[in-house]
Ligand binder design. Structure first.
Ligand code: ATP
Ligand code: MG
Length: 555
């Protein structure tokens, strides 16, 4: 993590707990972990968890592990492991030597399951998944004991060993904890600890035919790694008694504690790996790193700086009640971060040709433009100027209303970094559309000021037609049309206009520059070069516009 990192957040209830535990000596140091399941790419919600876990370790002089919760080989892939490592690093965090996998502990977890069997606290159940579900009871009714609950230790050990050896097909048996089928907490009604799964595991290959449940793997993995504060989201609150039960009934080497905080939800966005997987598989987006995706890979490709993500997470804070953050707030932070650093350039996204009649044909010159108005260290660049230009079509109106101060017939405006020009004539095609403006310029206004002190009310951006580089520019809009999309019915809520592609005209510096962060296209927003660019064929993504447009989009 770099020095200017804003991850040092203010206090929140989890940081208070950590501080108290250190003060009271309950914990000698802080060890946290970020525990993703490698069944998809990380998303904005994970950024909150990553910043929290790595941030706390940093602030309190501890360490944070990256641990893959790889206990379900049917859904997990090496591609996801690689992507998750890349994305956590991109976000600015480092786990050092502490890259771990729950699968590294399979042998130990197996031994601990045998330990529970020997203590009479676990048994092999031959009931089907369906029978187990039907006898689990409900919130108001207790569950029923399995007919296999009182098997002898010997029989349980034998069957569990044969489950491991692969003697039985998927689903034939499970290992369950023997806790209490009448517990008010359904998670304590003899939860499943192991299931049979004949599946190839990305790391352990075909060595295992049984896999531990999340609940049996998680706390024990924490204990093995001497995690002090196991921080997870609220949906695991009801699992905490089981987390504690396992640790209390096993000879584990340390005693971690679990704390829960609220998940991040953001309007117009679904932060669920299941939905994101379906968006990719269903071809609704071009891939996990499609810039419309709320994945870290997608956000990165869209030009969002990691610093903006860390700053956003810091501002939303950590609370114990679920809530939804406005997407506008995310964009606000992104603009704020980019405004400080993004080099300025000019690009015209919807070109209208301008011919400067009193500028000699065949002549050209260069004008000096500043790269960042508040950061002189970014220097200046030369931009070509000539007789033919492109301006933004929206910057001209033939019949302007009162408050429109930009280009109109007979009106004088300033070209950014250039001259004053006056519109003398409007050329239309047979369909009556404006196709060209004939203008004149005032050579005495070079640099943007008139020696006689006369003023203009607007400054517009432009590019030289002879030098401009055409580019595919991808304009991203909201992926979902509703502020609170429903995961169950997400496909029907996809915005058909979530991607608009235009051919923009870029100032030539944009074609040769190898800066890979986002630029500000003056008056338009922030844009970043896409990986689909080829030599001479630039492709740019819009990171974010200059102004909040969601209020309008929602209306
Ligand atoms: P999803 O619901 O998208 O499938 P998950 O919780 O199953 O996510 P994991 O890989 O298990 O994904 O998550 C790793 C960690 O990230 C967990 O500790 C989880 O609590 C946390 N996390 C996941 N989603 C969010 C979120 N929206 N906000 C904050 N933390 C999250
Ligand atoms: Mg999960």
């Amino acid at each position: 993590m770099t020095d200017e990192s804003p991850s040092t957040a203010g206090r929140d209830f989890i940081r208070d707990i950590v501080a108290e535990d250190l003060a009271s000596g309950r914990a000698k140091g802080v060890v946290t972990r970020f525990p993703p399941e490698p069944n998809g790419y990380l998303h904005l919600g994970h950024a909150k968890s990553i910043c929290l876990n790595f941030g706390i370790a940093e602030e309190f002089g501890g360490r944070c592990h990256l641990r893959f919760d790889d206990t379900n080989p049917t859904k997990e892939e090496q591609e996801y492991i690689d992507a998750i490592e890349r994305d956590v690093r991109w976000l600015g965090f480092d786990w050092g030597e502490h890259l771990h996998f729950a699968s590294d502990y399979f042998e130990q977890l197996y031994a601990w399951a045998q330990h529970l069997i020997r203590a009479g606290k676990a048994y092999v159940d031959d009931q089907t998944q369906e029978e187990i579900r039907l006898t689990r009871g409900t919130l108001t009714e207790p569950g029923q004991n399995s007919p296999f609950r009182d098997r002898s230790v010997e029989e349980n050990l034998d069957l569990f060993g044969r489950m491991r050896a692969g003697e039985f097909p998927n689903g034939a048996r499970v290992l369950r904890a023997k806790i209490d089928m009448t517990s008010g907490n359904i998670n304590l009604r003899d939860p499943v600890l192991y299931r049979i799964l004949h599946a190839h595991h990305p790391r352990t290959g075909d060595a295992w035919k049984i896999y531990p449940s999340y609940d049996f793997a998680h706390g024990q993995s924490d204990a093995i790694e001497h995690i002090t504060h196991s921080i997870c989201t609220l949906e695991f609150e009801d699992h905490r008694p089981l987390y504690d039960w396992c640790l209390e009934n096993l000879p584990v080497p340390s005693r971690p504690h679990q704390y829960e905080f609220a998940r991040l939800n953001v309007t117009y966005t679904l932060l669920s790996k299941r939905v994101l997987t379906e968006l990719v598989r269903g071809g609704h987006v071009s891939g996990w790193d499609d810039p419309r995706m709320p994945t870290l890979a997608g956000l990165q490709r869209r030009g969002i700086p990691a610093e903006a993500l860390r700053e956003f997470v810091k501002r939303i804070g950590v609370a114990k009640a679920n809530s939804t953050v406005d997407l506008g707030m995310f964009d606000f932070v992104v603009r704020e971060v980019l405004n400080k650093t993004a080099p300025r350039r000019m690009a015209v996204l919807n070109p209208l040709k301008v011919v400067i009649e009193n500028y000699p044909e065949g002549q050209s010159e260069t004008l000096e433009a500043v790269n960042h108005p508040d950061d002189p260290s970014q220097g200046t660049r030369q931009i070509p100027f000539g007789r033919e230009l492109y301006i933004e079509r929206d910057d001209f109106m033939e019949d302007p209303p009162k408050k429109f101060f930009r280009m109109a017939p007979g009106r004088e405006v300033r070209l950014r970094y250039g001259y004053f020009i006056t519109c003398r004539e409007v050329i239309k095609n047979a369909a009556g559309e404006v196709v060209e403006l004939r203008c004149t310029y005032d050579p005495a206004t070079k640099g943007g000021n008139a020696p006689d002190g006369r003023k203009v009310k607007a400054t517009i951006h432009w590019v030289s037609a002879a030098d401009a580089v055409p580019a595919e520019v991808r304009l991203y809009n909201l992926l979902f049309t509703t502020p609170q999309p429903e995961a169950a019915n997400f496909a029907a809520q996809i915005n058909p206009q979530s991607l608009e592609t235009v051919t923009g005209m870029l100032e030539p510096a944009l074609a040769s520059d190898n800066f890979d962060g986002a630029f500000q296209f003056e008056r338009q927003g922030y844009f970043v070069r896409d990986k689909d660019s080829a030599p001479g064929k630039p492709v740019f993504n819009r990171t974010v516009g200059l102004r909040d447009s969601y209020a309008k989009a929602a209306g």
